[in-house]
Design a protein around this ligand. Structure first.
Ligand code: FAD
Length: 394
């Protein structure tokens, strides 16, 4: 690396919500940071149920005030067994007031969230924006060399791979990934409806996966409908009128008359677990580090915790005069993230498998587990707190 002006403490590769948050948090932590990402509008219509700690983080990073008006508070979460099976779980209601909170969090569309993150990133003097993409990433002894599509060269003591599922950075770090295709797909779209949602998010558990209605401001909800691939294909091909009818039926008309808004996307579901989260001066955040199905709104919430933890560890390292890409710093990051990622990936996998299983003992265990959570106050409150963030962080 001979161009000192293009050498940074940290270079963040990938400008999705996790990468943007990491870049802002790292610049705020005092690291000379570059964000290497295409400056393009967010491409799909997903929304994110941001749980408590994620909102606090966005507030601390001066992002939240820029998008809070577009977010709907989530006060109640209902889980409804819609499997139609012989053994069904009772309905479980999680109410935020029961754990002393006005709301569990807020649902916001990713486009608005990413625009607010972009606006904050553009203000930070310690954050250099490189509107390009990485084509090669090569870890060397004291620096990682990055070459971009437009043939620029960047150097970083630490590279943050927030480049999503097909992560070039993960390959460059020589980290393998275990991938399990779930043979399910999620359809995402938004609806308007005639009855108010009252800030209640409702998750119908069908034998093919959950169908979730998450409040947006006004009489609107975002829908994540998980189904077998061919059923998702069929739903995707319906007209707006036909899909409106289908989704109203699936919701058991709890929201009254339902109208599907234009625009829908389909995501094949998988669980992805890299064998390490950091190696060779490269740390992973967001979906390069973990992919889980959309159950319990955990994916990006975990990605934001990756970003927050990494920024704190880099802040401490720089304060102590340490090299932020050195192996002991990466080990601290791996230790900080291990339990959160492993335990949530496991819990989501078990919840998903128990829904899909035709085995009577599995259905009975699932029904009994949900019955216990629904009926036993302390257990229910524990489940709520753990759903928001790992208790050892609060
Ligand atoms: C249907 C569905 C519903 C979901 N709902 C929720 C929810 O309610 N709550 C929740 O917490 N999570 C949810 N998630 C998960 C959440 O959407 C993801 O965790 C999140 O979007 C991942 O963000 P990311 O920034 O890690 O990755 P991405 O958004 O994939 O960003 C990666 C970026 O890196 C860029 N990139 C790739 N390669 C390069 C390169 N070589 N150089 C430069 N840039 C590169 C890409 O263009 C992209 O912009 C849901 C997921 C699905 C599928």
């Amino acid at each position: 690396m001979n161009d000192a002006s293009m050498t940074f403490d940290t270079v963040v590769v990938g400008g999705g919500p996790a990468g943007l948050t990491a870049a802002i948090a790292l610049a705020e932590a005092g690291a000379r940071t570059a964000l290497l990402a295409r400056h393009v509008p967010y491409a799909d219509n997903r929304t994110t149920a941001l749980l408590g700690a994620s909102v606090d983080l966005l507030d601390r990073l001066d992002v939240w005030r820029r998008c809070r008006e577009s977010a709907a508070p989530l006060k109640v979460m209902r889980l409804v067994d819609d499997t139609g099976r012989l053994i069904r779980a009772p309905e479980v209601r999680f109410v935020s007031e029961e754990i002393g909170l006005d709301q569990f969090g807020y649902n916001i569309d990713n486009r608005t969230l990413v625009a607010a993150l972009e606006a904050r990133a553009a203000e930070l003097p310690g954050l250099t924006r490189v509107d390009d993409e990485a084509t090669t990433v090569v870890p060397e002894d004291s620096v990682v060399a990055i070459v971009t599509r437009q043939d620029k060269t960047l150097g970083a003591r630490l590279v943050i791979g927030s480049d999503g599922r097909q992560s070039l950075c993960r390959d460059a770090a020589d980290i393998e990934v275990r991938r399990r295709d779930l043979h399910q797909a999620a359809l995402t779209f938004n609806i308007s409806h005639s009855r108010p949602h009252k800030n209640v998010s409702t998750e119908f558990h069908t034998p093919q996966g959950p169908c979730v209605f998450v409040p947006l401001p006004g009489n609107r909800c975002s829908v994540v409908w998980v189904a077998a691939p061919n059923e998702a294909e069929r739903l995707m091909a319906l007209s707006d009128e036909q899909l409106s009818e289908a989704v109203e039926k699936q919701s058991h008309s709890i929201l009254g008359r339902t109208n599907v808004e234009p625009g829908r996307h389909k995501f094949p579901l998988a669980i992805e677990r890299p064998t390490a989260i950091a190696r060779n001066r490269i740390a992973l955040v967001g979906e390069s580090a973990h992919v889980v199905p959309p159950i319990g709104a955990q994916g990006l919430n975990m990605g934001l915790r990756d970003a927050a933890d990494l920024a704190e560890i880099v802040r401490e390292a720089l304060g102590l005069g340490e090299d932020p890409g050195a192996a002991p710093v990466l080990q601290r990051y791996a230790a900080a993230r291990r339990s959160d990622i492993a335990s949530r990936t496991f819990a989501i996998d078990v919840a998903n498998r128990s829904l899909l299983s035709d085995l009577l003992p599995v259905q009975t265990a699932r029904a009994a587990g949900l019955h216990l959570i629904g009926a036993v106050g302390p257990l229910r409150r524990l489940a709520m707190r753990e759903g928001l963030a790992p208790s050892w962080r609060i």
